[in-house]
Design a protein. Structure first.
Lengths: 381, 135
């Protein structure tokens, strides 16, 4: 049973139904039914034409649903005259599906859920498990999202940036339960890249690959965070890095820089260094300058202060930090790190403890608490 | 996409505006209150924001380890405990602002005289997953 194949066929099957005049919500339900049926039946006997099989089953499910609804009888007569499965949908169809599922009228969590189901072919249960909410809640979130976009026509291209934001959100969620959301985000971005030639799509794919390559090194066996400088670079996935760099170079060659390409460029410079000491921080600061120009984001400025601290020394980093709003997330953690590098261990220890108190997640909190404890243990009491 | 805990206190929160003990309400007012809470949870399920809701008995037991081979020590309840949790609801929402909005709605549950209780609910964010992209 090849779940990856099954899932990769989902958008194509869905667009076949939509092009036959089925409304998006009903088509999506029918495809979901067909996927569940495939998971049940395929292990015993996999069809010779998996996609044709899915289209047939989804189509039958749609007709069953329509038949059970007497008020829709007239429409049923119309659709039953439609021809058998047509040719494979053009990549344009897949692209429109991405736009629809990331439509600006959707909240981020709805867009994520709908994308994972309608484009990704995940079941509601898998999505619910990945986001740690009850299946009933996720089912409602998805059907609400479908109602929201029900009036949107599938015939117009949308804004690529909205799709990329959704995919980035999925990637950054990491993984919990049996669904690897980071890997799923990479698959969906790869598929999007095949459908549209856009340097930022390539930039996002490169960014994901370069970060994914370091995943095994990011966590110690006990689950604690390993900072970039202390990671065992031998465990980085060199194939993913090579692909990420290649994808990024082709994107940069188009000379239409965007924030994902710039972020990927920073990740590539880290990936390029054989040891933490060999990191080209001067170039990284230059890329952060580009990112600040592109986004104006205070979070980017904060990361830039870290890079400045490495390139020009901790005093310069602290000076860059002084211009930023102290209430920014992770501001205190960055200040602690720079003070430690500047040799002010007492201040650093105090700031690490304070940063731990404000940490947005458990892994970071534990990491910062350990940093404070490490410095406190070195000081005479 | 962030989870928040809405904590309802038996004791320990500031006094609500409509501060009449439940036992002094009319039976209809109690029914209306319970209905409001149930409707609220059902509505959140429909919006795809509901995760969990539980009520707790007001009195519990304190338990601690008492050394190798010995049964745990139990004690309490303690009259001096300042903060007593009555129950909670967990929501999964897109923003802090949405969490505040929902907590405000829940706090408007009707009490004595059918008027909102204006009860103080404590809103606590969950520590979420560590993001993949950090630098």
């Amino acid at each position: 049973m090849d779940e990856a194949l099954l899932r990769s066929l989902t958008p194509g099957v869905l667009t076949v139904l939509v092009r036959r005049g089925v409304d998006f919500a009903a088509a999506e339900d029918a495809v979901q039914d067909a996927l569940v049926e495939a998971v049940r039946v395929w292990p015993a006997e996999r069809p010779r034409d998996p996609k044709g099989w899915l289209v047939t089953v989804a189509w039958r499910r749609f007709l069953d649903a329509t038949r059970s609804d007497a008020a829709r009888r007239r429409r049923e007569e119309r659709v039953e005259e439609e021809p058998a499965p047509g040719p494979a949908p053009a990549s344009d169809d897949t692209l429109r599906l991405y736009f629809l599922c990331a439509h600006p009228s959707l909240t981020p969590s709805s867009a994520v859920a709908l994308t994972l189901r309608a484009v990704g072919g995940l079941t509601t249960r898998q999505i619910a498990q990945a986001y740690l909410v009850p299946e009933a809640t996720m089912a409602q979130r998805i059907s609400r999202a479908k109602r929201t976009v029900s009036g949107v026509r599938l015939d117009r291209a949308g804004d690529v940036a909205t799709v990329l934001r959704v995919l980035y959100l999925v990637f950054n969620e990491g993984y919990s339960g049996d669904v690897d959301l980071a890997a799923e985000a990479i698959r969906l971005t790869r598929q999007l890249k095949a459908a549209i030639d856009h340097p930022e799509v390539a930039g996002l794919l490169a960014l994901m690959l370069l970060h994914h390559a370091r995943r095994a090194a990011r966590t110690a066996p006990d689950g604690s965070l390993v900072p970039l400088a202390e990671q065992d670079r031998g465990t980085w996935d060199t194939r993913a890095i090579a692909e990420g760099v290649r994808v990024l170079q082709l994107a940069l060659a188009q000379d239409r820089l965007g924030e994902y390409q710039a972020q990927a460029a920073i990740a590539a410079l880290h990936a390029d260094a054989l040891s933490a000491e060999e990191t080209d921080w001067v170039q990284i600061v230059e890329w952060y300058d580009e990112l600040v120009r592109l986004t104006g984001s205070p979070v980017v400025r904060l990361n830039r202060a870290v890079a400045v601290g490495e390139a020009d020394g901790p005093r310069a980093g602290l000076a860059a930090l002084a211009d930023l709003d102290a209430s920014l997330p992770r501001h205190t953690a960055v200040a602690a790190h720079l003070h430690e590098r500047a040799g002010d261990l007492a201040t650093a220890a105090r700031l690490y403890a304070e940063a731990a108190h404000r940490a947005p997640n458990l892994a970071e909190r534990d990491h910062l608490t350990r940093q404070a404890a490490r410095l406190n243990a070195r000081r005479p009491r | 996409m962030a989870k928040y805990l809405l904590l309802k206190h038996y004791r320990g929160a500031p006094a609500p505006v409509n501060d009449v003990p439940m036992a002094e309400w009319t039976p209809e007012e109690i029914s209306a209150h319970i209905q409001y809470m149930n409707d609220f949870a059902a509505r959140l399920e429909k919006t795809g924001e509901f995760v969990d809701s539980q009520a707790l008995a007001p009195e519990g037991t304190f338990v601690r380890y008492d050394g190798e081979g010995r049964p745990p020590v139990t004690d309490g309840p303690f009259a001096e405990t300042k903060d007593v949790i009555a129950g909670w609801m967990v929501i999964d929402v897109d923003s802090y602002e949405r969490a505040v909005e929902l907590a405000g709605e829940l706090s408007a549950a009707p009490g004595a005289g059918g008027r909102p209780i204006h009860e103080w609910l404590e809103l606590r964010p969950f520590l979420g997953a560590h993001p993949t992209v950090t630098e």
